[in-house]
Design a protein around this ligand. Structure first.
Ligand code: HEC
Ligand code: HEC
Length: 266
């Protein structure tokens, strides 16, 4: 295990500095980020992003942010997850509190704490440059990657699902291309990290193409039941299908001549 740790550390050290250097934005931005951070984030993450340790009630106020990188901040703040309103099982997506410029400053400050993944370029995640044929190919490749890597938690059509300990994997519909990329890059919460060594930037873009394609796919079978799979669909068949048959049988029984006769006699 030690060897494994040393090796990942070594590989990381070789790969990370290049991206870390880029995010060392100018000092002014970092200073602005520090000020925003002290006001909005330090109560949970510590004044220098060192984290605030678990207290006796079992809640972790906030993990250390040294080395999480600008991408994690851009994702967490950009999707409104941070600042978290109060300690809870999972930070839900909500309306964002900081505008683009402030988010950039916060990201610069956190990136300055230690090297981590940088905010991806539009060239990495955008599908705009692709021709129709290239996009089709990307969707097919992305679908395969999605099936092996993401469906376990996000469901085969990206509609999300429950996770252990009260958590959940959210629906992937309507999520920005950049935020999909950053989620893979940084692995928020219980999600795995798909580093660029794991899934190359091209593969990440293929996954984005696939997610965007299922977003636009109509429910061919009519009412989709949320696409939750065989269990919910089976339950639906039992409850609604069989239930209505049973109800109908009772209705017939209540309207036969025999039941009418009983009523008259009584
Ligand atoms: C009420 C406490 C609280 C506040 C305030 C808060 N956070 Fe967090 N933050 C958390 C907790 C708890 C987690 C870990 C759980 C999670 O990711 O949902 C977290 C996770 C994060 C992560 C992900 C770290 C990783 O390993 O990927 C980032 C980045 C982050 N916070 C940035 C911020 C920033 C920036 C602010 C201020 C704008 C902020 N947080 C405010 C509690 C807080
Ligand atoms: C082990 C389970 C797991 C796997 C595997 C997983 N995810 Fe996630 N994913 C999560 C959880 C849990 C969250 C919610 C994190 C949070 O709210 O902080 C999440 C969040 C996301 C989000 C953010 C959605 C939003 O509402 O902002 C995106 C995008 C995403 N995942 C994409 C993917 C993709 C693409 C893959 C496959 C390459 C994948 N995930 C694999 C569990 C998983």
């Amino acid at each position: 295990m030690l060897l494994g740790l040393l090796m990942t550390g070594g590989v990381y050290a070789v790969l990370a500095p290049a991206t870390a250097q880029e995010t060392k934005a100018d000092q002014e931005l970092i200073d602005q980020g520090r000020e925003l951070f002290l006001v909005g984030c330090s109560s949970c993450h510590g004044t220098n992003g060192e984290g605030v340790a678990t207290n006796r009630t079992g809640y972790q106020f906030g993990p250390p942010l040294v080395g999480v990188g600008a991408a994690a901040v851009d994702f967490q703040v950009g999707t409104g997850r941070m600042p978290m309103a109060r300690p809870a099982q999972q930070a839900p997506r909500k309306d964002r509190v900081y505008n683009d410029q402030e988010t950039e400053a916060l990201a610069a400050f956190v990136a300055d704490l230690g090297p981590g993944p940088a905010i991806p370029d539009a060239a990495d995640y955008s599908l705009d440059g692709l021709s129709e044929a290239e996009r089709e190919e990307a969707i097919v490749r992305g679908g395969q990657i999605f099936l092996t890597n993401c469906t376990a938690c996000h469901n085969y059509n990206g509609s999300g699902g429950a996770m252990p300990r009260g958590g959940y994997a959210p629906s992937l519909k309507g999520v920005d291309e950049k935020h999909i990329y950053e989620a893979m890059l940084t692995g928020p919460q219980a999600m795995d990290v798909f580093s660029n060594g794991n899934l190359s930037p091209e593969e990440k873009r293929d996954v984005i193409a696939y997610i965007k394609s299922i977003e636009n796919t109509p429910e061919y079978g009519g009412f989709g039941l949320g696409g939750l799979g065989p269990v919910s669909e089976g339950l639906f068949a039992w409850l609604v299908g069989l239930g209505s048959l049973v109800g109908f049988a009772i209705w017939i029984a209540a309207h036969t001549t025999r039941s009418q006769k009983n009523k008259v006699e009584a």
